[in-house]
Design a protein around this ligand. Structure first.
Ligand SMILES: Cc1cc2nc3c(=O)[nH]c(=O)nc-3n(C[C@H](O)[C@H](O)[C@H](O)COP(=O)(O)OP(=O)(O)OC[C@H]3O[C@@H](n4cnc5c(N)ncnc54)[C@H](O)[C@@H]3O)c2cc1C
Length: 438
């Protein structure tokens, strides 16, 4: 956890940081203030919440222990997707068709929010491309399963945005012979994640919302009978009628927010980016410039940016700063794209994804003055942009449509202290099943 005087940490040395250039050093809070709503966390969730408040004329501030986008929002793969980890047919089986329809709407609403932010804040530099996302099947069985899902979505939900691609199509598109076919989801795409979060912050700050960086919230308390919550930071206190906690998988930075970490199983996710590809390879690999995922349980994903190949995956075993996970990623990349064997990896970085027990994000109130949104299960670019707004609505006493995402309060993961060995065990089992093709 951050000690009270720990300075904020720089962005990890990622391709996104290199492409974005230097960020202006944001100022910390250095006085005591009173506001209507204080938002903790300057990632997509917190900034989307702040924007929703600002649009309703509600005075708010954003506080972050680090620079804007330092958490997962500045480190992710930039895959903008319109689905949850739980598939829509599974949601139907467990909760009925009406709920599946509401969840389907929410998933696509997320992409609409990204589009609207890009338009409203003129985020051309974030290079959002609505090129779709191709799920590539590694076995015939996996292909049959994703084709059945696409059929169900078409028939039961009337969504025609998913199409099945043959082995030849997927080989031509990706440049990899490692897949037997795939399913293309048209309502998806790619973005430069750090540019996106910084662009949001610039836009919101320009509309008058103060964003204090290097401002860890060290304590959150409310005296009996007090209508306001007091947030203590190293440079001053914030007294707010409502607080929105948008700290997701980094909630344990300080003890003030660490109870929100207990909703989650944090999973380390790692990425590599190659040097710029030779022109001939660049023209042959991933010609449609979509985002690509595969069907293995320990899923890998890939895309191109800046003429480079980016390859990412869950890395349950490596620790921050260790090379083992990155080497394994490079081997997996070369396994799928043998031509990349001689291509140098120039960037390696990682971050934490917030997984939840029910595989869905959670938005709710932990008490009558505090709202939280977290647990995007590795698919938060669009969803955090949407749910930050819904968290703001909840904080103001509104009742946004949340379907299965509505959390009745904080529900800590059972046996939370065993989560790290548990994650390793499950990951090892998944890797075994993937290796034997089960
Ligand atoms: C490597 C990686 C790849 C991913 N790839 C994808 C992808 O391709 N597509 C996709 O949709 N999603 C992806 N994700 C997930 C996605 O990035 C997250 O779901 C999303 O960014 C969450 O945003 P957030 O604003 O909720 O949290 P974050 O962006 O993590 O922000 C939380 C912020 O809270 C601050 N904070 C924490 N505690 C305190 C405190 N006590 N006081 C003050 N500040 C505090 C932190 O400094 C941090 O800036 C990926 C994640 C990772 C790590």
């Amino acid at each position: 956890m951050l000690a009270p005087t720990t300075p904020s940490r720089p962005q990890p040395d990622s391709l996104w940081r290199a492409l974005a250039g230097p960020a202006p050093e944001g100022a910390p809070l250095e006085r005591d203030i009173d506001v209507e709503v204080a938002v903790i966390g300057a990632g997509y969730s917190g900034l989307a919440a702040a924007y929703a408040l600002q649009k309703r004329g509600v005075e708010c501030v954003v506080l972050d222990a680090n620079p804007v986008g330092w958490g997962a929002s500045g480190r992710n793969g930039g895959v903008v997707s319109s689905k949850f980890r739980l598939s829509f047919p599974t949601i139907d089986k467990l909760h009925g068709i009406e709920t599946a329809k509401r969840m389907h709407r929410l998933a696509h609403d997320g992409v609409r929010v990204v589009e609207s932010f890009v338009d409203e804040f003129k985020l051309e530099r974030a290079r959002f491309e609505h090129t779709g996302s191709l799920r590539c099947a590694h076995t015939e069985r996996a292909l049959a399963s994703i084709c059945a899902e696409a059929d169900w979505v078409r028939q039961a939900l009337g969504d025609t945005s998913m199409t099945v691609l043959s082995r030849e199509d997927v080989t031509r598109e990706t440049g990899s012979k490692g897949f037997v076919g795939g399913v293309l989801s048209a309502d998806a795409g790619t973005i430069l994640p750090l540019e996106y979060v910084r662009g949001l912050a610039r836009g919101i700050a320009a509309r008058g919302v103060p964003i204090y960086e290097s401002t860890p919230v060290l304590e959150m308390r409310r005296a009996a009978g007090d209508t306001r919550v007091t947030l203590r930071t190293p440079g001053g206190t914030v007294r707010a009628k409502q607080v929105i906690v948008a700290t997701n998988a980094y909630s344990d930075l300080t003890s003030a927010t660490s109870k929100y970490q207990r909703e989650l199983v944090p999973f380390r996710s790692a990425m590599i980016a190659t040097e710029r590809l030779p022109a001939e390879l660049d023209a042959r690999l991933m010609v449609e410039n979509r985002s690509y995922t595969e069907t293995r349980r320990m899923m890998k994903w890939f895309r191109k940016a800046d003429g480079r190949m980016l390859f990412g995956g869950r890395d349950a075993f490596g620790k921050e700063g260790q090379m083992t996970g990155f080497d394994a990623l490079q081997r997996a990349m070369v396994g799928l794209f043998p031509e990349l064997a001689g291509v140098r990896v120039e960037y390696r970085w990682s971050g934490y994804v917030g997984m939840t027990f029910n595989s869905l994000p959670h938005v709710g109130r932990s008490d009558d003055a505090t709202t939280f949104c977290l647990g995007y299960n590795g698919a938060g670019v669009a969803m955090a942009s949407l749910l930050g707004q819904h968290a703001a609505a909840l904080a103001l006493g509104e009742t946004p449509e949340l379907a299965l995402l509505a959390a009745p309060g904080l529900r800590p993961v059972p046996f939370h202290s065993l989560r790290a060995p548990g994650v390793r065990l499950v990951a090892a089992w998944y890797q075994f099943l993937d290796a034997v093709g089960a």
